[in-house]
Design a protein around this ligand. Structure first.
Ligand code: EAX
Length: 328
């Protein structure tokens, strides 16, 4: 009797075991995300955090493959790939965004934001959140506003203390029409190009200078090809975490929440790294040989932009600019 029971138990166990083996492994989806900067950067910590959070919160059902230093293309190409769906995600500055979502280019107007707290409050508040919706008809789900930082001027020719010192400098700019229009008003000769080409262009002297936040200047080691840095802080550069809209729409409601929560954690890491860089980068760049003008009369640079500002008020509406500038 006992042996029959044991045989039944063994049979039952073997059926149960084969059942588990046959159960389909939980489907695993891998998505790619890219940035133009190296891993050791404010963008690198952002996408690494995003990848970790998505994988953890979906128990590995979604894996995020991270690519750095323009490995999948420059920012404009990556944004295009996300729009087409050949790449699921990218974390990019708003540099190339006007070519895809012109409604958000108001954010690229120089001297629009007072400081980091103001910029973050606007982007995280109703104005910024409403702008994220503008990406959706263009094929993107904008998961969150990130941050690139306040941009400063560097060049290899001379110290820049006042706007007139910029006159005649050949400066690389982002492929951003608002920036190009403003910098021309400074008397700069603008040369728009992807960030992936900037180091070589500076090294070869194709351009005299460029402008970028301290975090980018440090991460890209631009002190190796630039002598002078002026803390003009002339424009705040937002970043944005973009996902292909169709890929996002395919997610379950629970997983949509996961991706949005992971994006929030990514932006926290991005901003924390920038806060850290802002404390240490100037001393570090000086130690590496850059001559730094820290005290820049920003009012003079803002005044030099008056002609461009007259046009920006027409383009975007004075009230809309003031709504952002006066946001508390
Ligand atoms: O997004 O193109 C630029 O100057 C950007 O600041 C850089 O790619 C980081």
């Amino acid at each position: 009797m006992k042996s029959i029971r044991l045989k039944h138990l063994a049979l039952a166990l073997s059926i149960f075991a084969s059942g588990i083996a046959a159960a389909p492994a939980m489907a695993e989806t891998t998505m790619r995300i890219s940035i133009t900067l190296p891993k050791n950067s404010h963008y690198g910590v952002a996408i690494d955090t995003f990848a970790t959070e998505v994988e953890k919160r979906t128990n590995g059902r979604y894996k995020i493959q991270t690519f750095y230093s323009s490995a999948l293309g420059a920012e404009r190409e990556s944004v295009e790939s996300v729009q087409l769906g050949t790449q699921a995600l990218t974390f990019t500055s708003t540099g190339p965004i006007p070519n895809f979502v012109p409604e958000v280019k108001i954010l690229d107007v120089p001297f629009l934001f007072r400081d980091y707290a103001h910029a973050r409050a606007v982007l995280d508040g109703p104005i910024g959140q409403e702008m994220l919706q503008k990406f959706e008809p263009k094929g993107f789900k904008a998961l969150a506003w990130g941050e690139n930082g306040f941009r400063h001027m560097t060049n290899s020719k001379r110290l820049v203390n006042a706007p007139e010192d910029l006159k005649g400098l050949k400066m690389r700019t982002m492929e951003n029409p608002v920036h190009i229009q403003a910098y021309k008003t400074f008397g700069i000769i603008p040369t728009p190009m992807a960030f992936s080409e900037v180091f070589t262009a500076l090294q070869q002297g194709t351009v005299d200078g460029q402008e970028n936040p301290l975090s980018v200047i440090s991460a890209a080691k631009l002190e190796q090809v630039q002598k002078y840095l002026s803390l003009t802080g002339h424009v705040y550069s937002p970043a944005v975490l973009l996902m292909n809209k169709a890929d996002y729409d395919k997610l379950s409601d629970a997983d949509k929440k996961v991706f949005l929560a992971a994006a929030k954690e990514a932006v926290k890491a991005d901003r924390a790294r920038i806060d850290q860089d802002e404390k240490t980068a100037v001393a570090d760049l000086r130690a590496k040989g850059m001559q730094v003008v820290e005290k820049v009369d920003k009012a003079k640079f803002r005044a030099a932009l008056t002609p461009a500002y007259a046009d920006f008020e027409k383009q975007f509406g004075k009230a809309n600019l003031e709504k952002i500038q006066n946001y508390k």
